[in-house]
Design a protein around this ligand. Structure first.
Ligand code: GSH
Length: 202
């Protein structure tokens, strides 16, 4: 398999962690989607990473779809419950964590624009999404919906989202009021799969 991605993308990290946890070997094709010239569109018409190319030449994109494809290979450990409703609830938590990644990414892109072109309102809007999203995740860990010692698609996506916020210094004080979430992500960060996919220090 080939994983097309960049080392700084939290969505790519999510897929790398899943592949590593399941012991699936893959070749990493480094593509920078924000570079003026890049090869991402040959794998995903939307020009976004990650994309996954199977040994049969099938191409999958959008990280929840790629995660679902990998899950359907039935390679342990299972990262989604068998029960359909429980699986949907877990996928919603994955979507919540992915949404935090999206808002973090938009914030970083906005701040990369020349100061005069940046929109403070847009930055506030994105920060509010992140803050509400983190509060929701904190409450799901507090009430046991998400468990620090459980490896699944939602806990992996949550740790990738928080890892991205830390990496880009978005919402730097997030941990002060969210002790349950801190415990969950610190537990996941100790895993080999997370250590091996840490974004480069730049
Ligand atoms: N929903 C997509 C989001 C992927 C995404 O936004 N990737 C970013 C890198 S972190 C990207 O490739 N952006 C390039 C662009 O928007 O043109 C997924 O889950 O895979």
């Amino acid at each position: 398999m080939k994983l097309i991605g960049s080392y700084t993308s939290p969505f790519v990290r999510k897929i790398s962690v899943i592949l590593l946890e399941k012991g699936i070997t893959f070749e990493f094709i480094n593509e920078m989607p924000y570079n003026a010239v890049n090869g991402v569109a040959q794998y995903n018409p939307l020009g976004k990473v990650p994309a996954l190319v199977t040994d049969d030449g099938e191409c999958w994109y959008d990280s929840p779809i790629i995660a679902q494809y990998i899950e359907q290979l039935n390679i342990a450990p299972a990262l989604v419950p068998r029960d359909a409703k429980a699986a949907l609830q877990l996928r919603q938590l994955e979507a919540l964590a992915d949404g935090i990644m999206d808002a973090g990414l938009v914030s970083v892109r906005e701040q990369a624009r020349p100061a005069a072109q940046q929109s403070p309102e847009e930055l506030v809007r994105q920060r509010e999404k992140i803050s509400r999203g983190l509060d929701a995740l904190e409450s799901y860990v507090a009430d046991g919906t998400l468990k620090a010692d459980e490896l699944n698609l939602a806990t992996i996506a949550t740790a990738c989202a928080v890892g991205y916020l830390n990496f880009r210094h978005v919402s730097p004080g997030w941990c002060a009021t969210r002790p349950h979430l801190v415990k969950l992500v610190e537990t996941l960060f100790q895993r080999d799969s997370f250590a091996r996919t840490e974004p480069p220090k730049a």
